[in-house]
Design a protein around this ligand. Structure first.
Ligand SMILES: [Zn+2]
Length: 374
């Protein structure tokens, strides 16, 4: 469709999804923003009021100009100017629903409309939310370990329209899991977690291509075939303790596959090849805070014992899943910089929402330093 108002840029202006238009009184209107930002127009001019009400996303810019000029006997330029002023205040946008790409069906639009609104909130001039959705649709993601956090991340990725998910876990559902692994149920006790979760993912979003791998990782040699064709990996398993982190880290560094995990009370950092610290860098960082032999003996001690049944509650998985998921979406779409790119989020009883602990990439790192010399 050609735009006869190239100096305006809008084709179908609409009030931005994050705002709700409220009539405050006879003379004032308020754009009430869900993110706490509000725009109030006092003593609104009748021409502005008409333009605002015509911005419903169904009327073209030409229609809005034509109707307003006819009703109020004003110039087309003055109407365009009003549209631009509203745009600069962030309260109107172009209605992206008129530009639906070929790969998106009506059913997709029905499903993803509010997610597209969310992406639209980050769009720079000239971008559309479809670009971000399109990227996710073509991404292949692996989840190693589908306990509490891994299962929640899997479902969130499915809800967000990820193209492909590979779920890797050799564990079966135990009754004691059910206080926090909320996608499993009494009837699934004894079943393979990947099988049960796979059904949940299919039920949530049948368009996600799924590969279920019901096995534990028992050697470093198994990693390459599990990760090298992926765009991103979530490491959410914790056995063999520390060794698995090192195996996954080594393979991801070698094959240039980004990943994220949570480790002890740290979430992240996200590993982006050549740009952010790997797990060996993180270990080096932790070691620098106390004597090396102490760290090594603690690791050996932990490796020689089975993980305890730690205290847990259903809400415990939500923050670890939230931050890792958001950073993965940030990386995979480029929508904003991952917040753990240069550090880890440290959770504690004193700081339950987390604070960033800066962790630098180690140029002399024995794992990532040689491969990616700056
Ligand atoms: Zn490193």
């Amino acid at each position: 469709m050609t735009n006869s108002f190239p100096y305006c840029g809008f084709r179908f202006p609409i009030i931005a999804a994050e705002y709700e238009l409220i009539k405050v009184n006879a003379t004032d209107i308020l754009f009430n923003g869900i993110y706490g930002r509000h725009v109030r127009i006092k003593n609104i001019h009748p021409v502005v009021r008409s333009v605002v009400h015509l911005c419903d996303g169904t009327q073209s810019t030409e229609d809005i100009v034509s109707k307003t000029t006819e009703l109020h006997k004003v110039s087309p330029d003055s109407v365009i100017n009003i549209l631009m002023q509203l745009y600069k205040k962030g309260v109107i946008k172009d209605n992206f629903e008129h530009e639906m790409p070929e790969w998106m069906s009506e059913s997709d639009m029905d499903r993803y409309k509010t997610l597209l609104y969310w992406f639209d909130g980050f769009c720079e001039e000239g971008e559309t939310p479809y670009e971000f959705m399109g990227k996710l649709k073509h991404k292949r993601v692996g989840i190693i370990g589908v306990g509490g956090t891994g299962s929640l991340i899997s479902m969130m990725l499915a809800a967000t329209g990820i193209g492909y998910l590979r779920l890797v876990d050799g564990d079966v559902v135990e009754r004691s899991n059910l206080v926090r692994q909320i996608f499993y149920s009494e009837s699934s006790v004894g079943s393979m977690k990947v099988d049960v979760l796979g059904e949940c993912v299919r039920g949530l979003n049948p368009s996600v291509a799924l590969q279920l791998i019901p096995k534990f990782i028992t050697s470093c040699d198994e990693l390459p075939s599990l990760i090298r064709d992926l765009d991103f990996v979530f490491l959410q398993a914790d056995e063999p303790r520390f060794v698995l982190n090192r195996w996954v880290n080594k393979a991801c560094v070698e094959y240039g596959v980004p990943y994220i995990n949570s480790f002890a009370n740290l979430i992240g950092p996200i590993f982006v090849p050549g740009k952010s610290p790997c797990f060996a860098c993180v270990e080096q960082h932790i070691k620098s805070t106390f004597p090396t032999e102490y760290y090594d003996s603690v690791i050996l001690g932990l490796q020689s014992s089975r993980p305890r049944k730690y205290p847990s509650i259903a809400s415990g998985i939500t923050l670890t899943a939230h931050y890792q998921f958001n950073d993965a979406i940030a990386y995979l779409t480029g929508i904003f910089p991952p917040i753990t790119a240069n550090g880890a989020i440290k959770l504690s009883l004193q700081s339950p929402f987390g604070e960033i602990e800066e962790i630098a990439r180690n140029d002399d790192c024995p794992v990532c330093g040689e491969t990616y010399v700056v």
